[in-house]
Unconditional design. Structure first.
Length: 185
């Protein structure tokens, strides 16, 4: 984060200097910005307008701060690396000698991550872990928790009635029987 702050400060200093000096490459004699254009009137057009300079200076200021940081260690940027060196004990075998010292990481979060179990001990119901058969959506539990909850009905197909029944079931059955007996005559 400090690298961005330093490069931002360098950027603002560079932009301030350009706005105070108003070089003829970017500004006309009356102080107005020149437009971008090649092969046009040099009084009103230029190959380096202020907006192009601002973009290039932003990138350049970050690179300058990055080079300075790698040379001085500013902001935790270092160019020190541990490399393994090859050692020849015999002419036939090569071993790598790894230094004993351990570099501790800087600016690393120490929050513990929760382990993820990918094995078969998972409690989550996946289609492979569920019993084969018929399920129905439990709308009450689904509305409460926001996740679909299903009720196992069994291995056989259920005999579900999907129309609205009014009255008791015997009244419905007698009406159905009288309607079918009248059709035979």
């Amino acid at each position: 984060m400090s690298l961005l702050i330093y490069s931002g400060l360098l950027y603002l200093i560079g932009i301030s200097i350009i706005l105070m000096l108003k070089p003829e490459l970017m500004f006309s004699k009356d102080g107005a910005w020149k437009e971008f254009g090649l092969g046009r009137n040099k009084q009103t057009h230029t190959w380096m307008p202020f907006w192009l300079f601002a973009i290039m200076w932003a990138i350049l200021s970050y690179v300058i701060i990055l080079v300075i940081a790698s040379a001085t260690g500013l902001g935790g940027v270092t160019n020190h690396t541990h490399t393994a060196t090859a050692v020849n004990e015999d002419s036939n075998s090569k071993q790598l000698e790894i230094p004993e010292e351990v570099m501790e990481p800087e600016h690393v979060s120490t929050k513990a991550m929760t382990p993820v179990s990918l094995g078969p001990k998972s409690n989550k119901k996946s289609p492979e872990n569920m019993k084969k058969g018929y399920y129905i959506l439990d709308t009450n539990e689904t509305m409460k928790k926001g996740m679909p909850k299903y009720i196992y009905l069994g291995p056989e197909a259920p005999n579900l009635v999907y129309h609205n029944m009014t009255g008791d079931a015997s009244n419905h059955a007698s009406n159905h029987a009288s309607n079918t007996s009248g059709d035979d005559e």
